[in-house]
Write a protein that binds this ligand. Structure first.
Ligand code: GDP
Length: 459
């Protein structure tokens, strides 16, 4: 957390990536953002302009012109951070950017810490904690599905649903706490039946969110995929072929420079993460046959297995045996026959009869890879990715949800056992605490505020 003093500072940072580009955007936020920018800007008097206006001018260090720029003004609270904010669009050279940032620091700004703009937005009530975290996810999203999950979360996502149910639970907590003040009079402000209904409803929502985490994890980190097969089946050739194709696609798009993750492939908007690809690359002494137990362990953690075999070096007995093992493993898999370019027609026909779902490829010649890709996509249940349902992608939320489930179950058990009010209140407060952890609301203040807003205590 930042100290109060630090929150008063005006912070500055480059908002666009480092390096050369057509333009770069430098962002300032804080009470003096406009004033500080005005000191180095020659053009209109920025302090006399309206919010959400753009101004052309020059940035100067004394008489020396550093760049011609466009300055966008956002007057508090109508900005991302809800503070005064300025975005300076300069030409995209790191020299210019450094000069401008240095000048701004000399004139009263301080370099922003990582995430400080978003943190300020959160502290100033722009959004809750879960939404703030989604901003980071959105920036890092590199596939259509992860982008959608993050966007959904940033725009409210499950925060709204949780907040609503939590508010209802706060109501019960305050009623039960109130009962504690009237112990002698044996009154019941909170209907235990209604409380049970609410807790059960909350449990259903929490369960659904918990179970969405696996899917969320897949969306964020990729579908864990294993290529299994004997040495020399062509595993690393296939991986490289898939990777190179994507690399080619990526570099074809003019102006895109993207960090390339060696073992991730984006197929149809879904990221597939290939497990143990390092091992694949040094195939000479790595035994990757399906029989090896270490490989089996790894395969169990996968959501998808590509069973790859060399058409020229595998007989039907072996294939049947491997497929049998894979079926017992219970992980979805594809039968992929490699080296079609030098295969024996008779064997191919035999396979087509015995295993009509085999996909025939030539990794070396990059043949039929499109077919393989569409089969891969068909195997992961795409519908799951497309539902409007909320998906939990954040491990912190997941932990809080699991703890919430435990404490909600305690509330239910307490109701069953007809425990005394103070125990019940304690379990409810614990549930509220964990639910509140997700959105960053503060439990005790909420509870008090709720009691005071509903009751005139002196009466
Ligand atoms: P790994 O041990 O399973 O990773 O197998 P590799 O990818 O290292 O491939 C073993 C050998 O098979 C290499 O010499 C490849 O060039 C060759 N190979 C891979 N795919 C094909 C293919 O589709 N056709 C042919 N003819 N050779 C291939």
């Amino acid at each position: 957390m930042f100290s109060l003093h630090e929150k008063e500072d005006t912070i500055v940072a480059l908002a666009t990536p480092q390096g050369v580009g057509a333009i770069a955007v430098i962002r300032l936020s804080g009470k003096d953002a406009i004033k500080i920018c005005n000191r180095i800007f020659k053009g209109k008097d920025l302090e006399k302009q309206e919010s959400h206006t753009i101004h052309f001018g020059t940035i100067r260090d004394g008489d020396r012109i550093i760049d011609e720029v466009l300055v966008s003004l956002f007057i508090a609270p109508k900005s991302f951070t809800k503070e005064n904010a300025v975005e300076i669009s300069t030409h995209g050279s790191s020299y210019i950017v450094n000069q401008v940032i240095k000048l701004l620091i000399r004139n009263g700004a301080r370099p922003a810490k990582p995430g400080e703009f978003t943190q300020r937005a959160f502290l100033n009530g722009q959004f809750d904690l879960a939404q703030a975290e989604a901003v980071a996810d959105l920036i890092h999203a590199d596939s259509e599905t992860s982008h959608q999950a993050a966007l959904n979360q940033m725009r409210g996502g499950f925060s709204g649903e949780i907040s609503k149910l939590r508010a209802e639970l706060i109501h019960f907590a305050s009623m039960i706490e109130l009962e504690l003040d009237f112990t002698e009079e044996d009154v019941e402000f909170a209907s235990r039946d209604d409380l049970r209904i609410l807790v059960e409803k909350l449990l259903r929502v929490v369960e659904q969110l918990i179970s969405s985490f696996d899917l969320g994890n897949v969306i964020k980190n990729g579908v864990p995929t294993v290529i299994a097969g004997k040495p020399n089946a062509g595993k690393s050739t296939l991986l490289n072929a898939l990777l190179n194709e994507e690399k080619a696609i990526v570099s074809d798009i003019a102006g895109t420079t993207r960090d390339f993750i060696e073992d991730e492939i984006n197929i149809g908007g879904v990221i597939f993460r290939f497990i143990d690809t390092a091992g694949l690359r040094e195939t000479t002494d790595v035994i990757e046959s399906i029989g090896v137990s270490r490989t089996q362990e790894k395969m169990k953690t996968a959501s998808l297995i590509l069973y790859l075999f060399d058409l020229g070096d595998t007989d039907m007995v072996e294939i049947n045996r491997d497929i049998n093992k894979l079926e017992n493993l219970g992980v979805p898999f594809l039968k992929v026959a490699n080296k079609l370019d030098k295969a024996n027609d008779q064997f191919v026909n035999e396979l087509k009869i015995n295993h009509p779902d085999t996909i025939f490829i030539s990794a070396g010649q990059k043949e039929n890879l499109e077919d393989l890709k569409s089969q891969i996509l068909a195997l992961v249940n795409l519908d799951k990715f497309k539902t409007g349902n909320t998906i939990v992608t954040n491990i912190r939320h997941y932990d809080s949800l699991v703890k919430t489930r435990e404490s909600l179950l305690d509330v239910l058990n307490g109701l069953d056992a007809e425990v005394t009010n103070d125990f019940l209140a304690m379990d409810i407060r614990r549930s509220l605490h964990y639910l509140g952890e997700i959105t960053g609301e503060i439990t005790t203040d909420d509870l008090l505020a709720n009691i005071f807003s509903k009751f005139c205590i002196g009466k």
